[in-house]
Design a protein around this ligand. Structure first.
Ligand code: HEC
Length: 179
């Protein structure tokens, strides 16, 4: 055994520890940015009925949705949102023609990072899940609204929101509701 052998072993052991330390740090970091599993869900196109068990799929309730009820429910949103075309921005972004629109579409509105990073459209699924429970569906959203737990309420509201549009075109399949 040459005199440098113990040194080499010590170096190998030190390297092994260093690598283990780094990978431990990496795994901790990865772990932190992953959903914690405590009710927080990844943002996606999933309807509330898939994210929150026991919910009736809103899309199945749309044909019989009660527009008058939807309009009434929308009063609770009007504190923060305008429903008019060219309506003034309030605490929240304008909601005219929101069904089927891209998420975070207003250029000059200060969206939360969570919403700004959403990539998709406000179709039935995303509206359904966000309006049911904004904080759970989109952790970090600045919309200070408790949510609508009743599927029929959400169907009524989403059907009414769909009437706020100048066009009758089907832009995305599955989002059109007969006014
Ligand atoms: C207390 C104020 C407040 C109330 C009440 C409220 N919102 Fe919001 N809403 C906001 C804010 C603020 C945002 C921006 C959220 C973000 O950036 O995370 C927002 C965002 C939204 C968006 C996304 C719009 C876009 O441009 O992408 C939709 C859709 C929405 N709200 C629907 C509703 C509906 C429907 C109601 C009523 C059931 C409602 N909100 C009630 C404040 C509110």
């Amino acid at each position: 055994m040459s005199g440098s052998e113990p040194l080499k072993i010590a170096a190998a052991v030190a390297i092994a520890f260093a690598v283990a330390g780094v990978s431990d740090a990496v795994s901790k970091w990865v772990y932190r940015i992953e959903p914690s599993g405590s009710g927080v869900v990844a943002v996606g196109e999933k309807p509330a009925s898939e994210v929150f068990e026991q919910d009736v799929p809103v899309v199945s309730l749309l044909p019989a949705a009660d527009l008058a009820r939807g309009e009434k429910l929308a009063r609770s949103c009007a504190v923060c949102h305008s429903f008019e075309e060219d309506g003034h921005r309030k605490t929240g972004p304008g909601l005219w023609d929101i069904v089927g629109a891209p998420t975070a579409r207003e250029e000059r509105f200060q969206y939360s990072d969570a919403m700004a990073q959403m990539d998709g459209h406000w179709d039935i699924s995303t509206l359904d899940a966000y309006l049911r429970d904004p904080d759970t569906y989109l952790p970090g959203t600045t919309m200070n609204y408790i949510g609508l737990r009743d599927s029929e309420d959400r169907a009524a509201l989403i059907a009414w929101l769909k009437t706020l549009s100048g066009e009758k075109l089907i832009r995305n399949p599955g989002i059109y509701v007969e006014p």
